[in-house]
Design a protein around this ligand. Structure first.
Ligand code: PHE
Length: 364
């Protein structure tokens, strides 16, 4: 069989001594090239060098070893055969090169092809949760009458959550049935049960006047049901100045109720009790469903309980070194989940925290 090695020998060494044998020798060489071509499409460069390489390419060897030393009778036919072989090798290699390039081009096109008729990647937009929406509404109302927003820690000390709010050691609100204490802190850290600790932290930090609201999460050891959860949302309010009266308190509360529930909503204050306000009140509004005539939602009373509030108890000023003789103020604490449920007609508390998109989608 003819291989590249035969190009290293002369015609005489190969025993080629007639034009016929020259032709068949070249035919063998061509067959050898053709078999290499089909096998080595990927190694096109290596194939080209091994055949056309100037120094040790097969065609150079054939020129040096077959053509140059050929006898005068054979030289012509060797020259012709060599030219034919060379033309064949070059043509085939060029053909191969075009094929490889075209294949690469096709692959690149397939990779880069953009089918504009395909549906795009859908990225559904989220919406603001109704708790968030309610907070924003509450903040809008109070910002419009000069309050500013502050936030505080959810992990509190008993001092801020209870003591400084005039809730003594053995007050039932401190029961560890109602409160989550942080393990390993020996009762020195707890999850705040209301946003009222920020009343104290704010007054400690700044001199009067104070007009703040405090949005945030609070925690209680309640068993979850349709209206209770271990975590819920409050917004605290506190206004302290030298000349704040019960009328200011009532006027602010009425303004808020009309802004939040509509201009027809009426307000009612019911006596209540909180250790840190005196007097204390529950703020009721006319039922948003029946407008006050009585229905199932308001249990046929015409009123809905909104939140707790009152005038700041002078004892509280003692804890923050405010002058109880000169200062007065009011405070309130609203359950935001309740307000959101009222406003959006939601009857169950748990759905607010379950992140079910079928629920969330209803409040774009
Ligand atoms: N902190 C009280 C509660 O969580 C609400 C409240 C705040 C009442 C401020 C009066 C004044 O129940």
């Amino acid at each position: 069989m003819t291989t590249a090695d035969s190009a290293k020998q002369t015609l005489a060494q190969l025993g080629v001594d007639s034009p016929e044998k020259v032709s068949s020798l070249f035919g063998g060489m061509r067959g050898f090239f053709d078999s290499a071509v089909s096998a080595s499409e990927a190694d096109w460069k290596a194939l080209r060098d091994s055949w056309l390489g100037r120094k040790s390419g097969v065609l150079s060897l054939v020129t040096d070893n077959w053509l140059k030393p050929a006898s005068p009778e054979l030289k012509r036919v060797v020259g012709q055969e060599l030219n034919k072989l060379k033309a064949h090798v070059e043509a085939v290699l060029e053909q191969k090169r075009l094929e490889i390039e075209a294949a690469a081009e096709r692959a690149a096109q397939a990779r880069e092809h953009i089918d504009l008729s395909l549906p795009g990647v859908e990225r559904p937009l989220g919406t603001r949760h109704i708790i968030r929406q309610t907070y924003e509404e509450l903040e809008r109302i109070f910002l419009s009458i000069g309050f500013s927003v502050v936030q505080g820690p959810e992990i509190e000390s008993p001092y801020y959550n209870f003591e400084a709010l005039n809730i003594p050691e053995h007050h039932p609100a401190r029961d560890n049935m109602d409160t989550f204490y942080i393990e390993g802190t020996r009762g020195r850290r707890l999850l705040r049960t209301h946003t009222s600790p920020m009343q104290i932290r704010t007054m400690e930090k700044q001199p009067p006047p104070v007009r703040i609201i405090v949005p945030g999460k609070v925690y209680r050891r309640d068993n979850p049901d349709a209206t209770h959860s271990y975590m819920f949302h409050q917004i605290e309010g506190l206004a302290v100045d030298t000349d704040i009266t019960f009328c200011d308190f009532k006027g602010t509360v009425e303004y808020f109720v009309r802004e939040f529930l509509g201009p027809k909503a009426k307000t009612r204050l019911r006596p209540s009790y909180f250790p840190f306000t005196e007097p204390s009140a529950e703020v009721d509004a006319t039922c948003h469903v029946c407008g006050g005539s009585g229905c199932r939602v308001c249990k046929f009373s015409g009123w809905i309980e909104l939140f707790g509030a009152g005038m700041v108890d002078p004892a509280v000023y003692g804890f923050v070194k405010y002058d109880a003789e000169k200062l007065s103020g009011f405070a309130f604490g609203m359950g935001v989940d309740r307000l959101a449920m009222m406003k959006y007609g939601v009857s169950e508390l748990p759905v607010l925290c379950q992140n079910d998109v079928r629920f969330l989608r209803q409040f774009p």
